[in-house]
Write a protein that binds this ligand. Structure first.
Ligand SMILES: CC(C)(COP(=O)(O)OP(=O)(O)OC[C@H]1O[C@@H](n2cnc3c(N)ncnc32)[C@H](O)[C@@H]1OP(=O)(O)O)[C@@H](O)C(=O)NCCC(=O)NCCS
Length: 332
């Protein structure tokens, strides 16, 4: 077959644009915002990030790009893992291009001593036996966790908002602090401690991931990278009676995509659960989004199907399931 598989530099903007077009076409039949806007990819992909290494791969037939691949290697923890994604232009599927892309992505991962490769496949809600799932199975990937992709129309949230706030008051002795991206100094160390719990506390199914340590310096550097690419991490912290950070949640809105946001993290410290802090925090972040971005139409989130508690919070806010997400994993 005359298709070449090649790595390319994300600073090569013509190649990056062709790569983006392939991913856009390969995800065009999915609901919600399955692929970033060009402006977001153009800015984010070439921007250096000490948290992760990125390799972009193209499948090229003559002068045309027909397949696109991506390997993301975490550089701070989980050094045994990499994430790999493959996209084939819809008019060129079932020709073996996806297989060749995945083989190259695994070579890149193995070359950096990664032994666990993770990926994702999206299906209609509750679906099974679809192309991406069968492709993943053919490539030797197992389903490590089933998640629901959810979308909230902000008009639905606004209609429910006052009743929600009444049903979930801020518990006695606690307070809520909100900020755009940059955490106030006084809460930074305690916020970092809570972030360190995230991977241990979020249901991950069989995903082979370990905890991370969030020092104040690491958080500050991550904040500055968000500011540099025009992303607003609208955050609410629950402050416990003793002054420690008991919970955190955020909604992210990009200056380049003012009508569509997504939820980043949500966590309540196990010692402070059962007080509806999840609902309190999420209401606060969605309030920030509505107040600051009046044109925002919708917000996306995903969580494990087994995460009953988070599902209940999202349902109360008005989120609807739009897809099933399979978290995939292969040991090389
Ligand atoms: C999934 C995707 C990458 C497959 O690309 P592709 O080039 O068609 O895949 P290949 O031709 O290399 O298929 C390899 C094997 O996967 C399986 N497979 C792939 N697509 C399939 C489908 N629609 N139905 C059944 N089996 C399928 C087959 O076993 C196939 O081998 P065979 O053709 O010899 O039977 C492509 O459909 C795509 O871009 N989808 C949207 C993005 C996506 O979901 N990516 C995967 C997650 S990152």
């Amino acid at each position: 077959m005359g298709v070449d598989i090649e790595q390319f530099n994300p600073h090569n903007q013509a190649a990056l644009r062709a790569w983006w077009e392939v991913g856009h076409a390969a995800t065009a039949d999915r609901p919600g915002r399955p692929w970033p806007l060009w402006e977001q990819s153009r800015v984010a992909l070439p921007t250096p990030n000490p948290e992760r290494g990125l390799t972009l791969v193209a499948a090229i037939d003559g002068r045309e790009m027909v397949g696109a691949g991506l390997v993301v290697r975490p550089l701070r923890e989980n050094l045994h893992t990499a994430m790999a994604f493959a996209y084939v232009r819809p008019d060129r599927i079932r020709e073996g291009i996806g297989r060749r892309l995945v083989q190259e992505l695994e070579v890149v991962a193995a070359g950096d001593r990664r032994t666990t490769v993770q990926s994702e496949a999206y299906l209609p809600p509750g679906g099974s036996g679809t192309g991406p799932e069968l492709f993943a199975r053919a490539m030797g990937y197992d389903v490590a966790s089933r998640e629901s992709m959810k979308e909230l129309t902000l008009a639905d949230f606004v209609a429910r908002r006052d009743a929600l706030a009444a049903s979930a008051p801020v518990p006695d002795g606690y307070r809520v602090v909100t900020f755009d991206t940059v955490c106030p100094d006084e809460h930074l160390a305690s916020f970092g401690r809570l972030l360190g719990l995230l991977l241990a506390e979020v249901p991950l199914g069989e995903l082979d991931l370990q905890d991370s340590e969030w020092t104040p310096e690491r958080i500050r550097a991550a904040e500055q990278r968000q500011v540099a690419v025009g992303r607003h991490v609208l955050t609410a912290l629950a402050i416990a009676p003793d002054g420690s950070v008991a919970g955190a949640s955020d909604v992210r809105v990009d200056d380049n995509d003012p009508d569509h946001g997504l939820v980043g993290i949500t966590i309540v410290d196990p010692a402070h659960r059962g007080r509806r802090l999840g609902l309190v925090l999420k209401t606060a972040t969605h309030d920030l989004a509505v107040a600051g971005w009046p044109d925002l139409v919708s917000v996306d989130t995903s969580n494990a199907e087994v995460n009953t508690w988070m599902n209940a919070v999202n349902e109360a806010l008005g989120y609807r399931t739009i897809e099933t997400l399979l978290e995939l994993q292969k040991k090389l």
